[in-house]
Design a protein around this ligand. Sequence first.
Ligand code: PMV
Length: 346
Amino acid sequence: KPEPEGSMEWRSPSNIALIKYWGKQGNQIPMNPSLSMTLKYAFTQTEVKWRPNDGTTQGEFDFFLSGQKVGPKFEKRVGNLIKEMAKAYPVLNDLYFSITSLNTFPHSTGIASSASGLSALALSLLSAAQRATGKADEYPRFLQKASHYARLGSGSACRSIYGPYAIWGGGVNTESSDEYAIPYKPHQDFEIIYDSILIFSEKPKKVGSSAGHKLMDEHFYRQGRINQVRENSIRLLKALETGDFEMWQEVVEQEALSLHGLMFASHEPVLLLEPDTIRFIHDLNAFRAGKGLKVAFTIDAGPNIHLLYADEHREIIRNFISEWIMDHHLQIQVLDDETGKGAKQL
Ligand code: PMV
């Protein structure tokens, strides 16, 4: 039955794309499909409290992130998401929301807080909407809808709902869709992969992801990129299904460098890599040559490296990272994470 008042809280993780989403059209429809690994320890926890809007508050909601009221830009995104959801759940128009959110990872470490943040928000708001109307979906359908709304908030957020991996974008298999992400379970050797994130810069991104995606609209290599993703998706899925770490490494690293290659070749070139990013890749290549290590690097729209590796090479890789940092007299933060299961209601 309808609950005019209540609270819901969700925990939703960040994710790291192995096949990169870069370029979009229409209402947050991706130019190409993407595939990500869900993280475990980097997550956002969001609580939504709702009650009838009696007009005593200034707006329809208040949003506090780590105890601070969020800025107007983020507020607008939240407002838009509520409006979008209200199309299906008009009851939302008559409610007031008090929203509080916390991240486990420090702000602006280059970890995409939008993926965890917007997915946690979509999950909490959708639960609130369904509780307030007294019309709850079955769990799988609920998650699918939450993924759809998370996508409208921030594309990559739709993948954070599910673990251990998620696919977003039509045509990858018979279930995959442009509208929402679907979960993906790989060969058992890929079920737990460690991710050490080397934070080379904590500066906010020079190019926001919306502006970044736009660079693909008229990109010289647009069709080439679409073709490349088609082939890389097939190859990565094959690697993940058969436990082929060599092919996994090849595809994951090519995707990371292609993302930045596309940025370099844009009409307005974008250079986000730092000298340390490149230096690290060179030294990693020298270190691992001939060793057959199950390790791959990937990079998002920033300078930071995600180093992914299997349990059997955990020690050797972690030692390599610490020594590399000491050898170069750097003071950088490393966040250790691993494959996670996806979002969770608290
Ligand atoms: O979700 P957005 O709009 O912030 O875009 C994310 C884009 C990349 O992180 C660079 C790649 C991806 O697939 O996550």
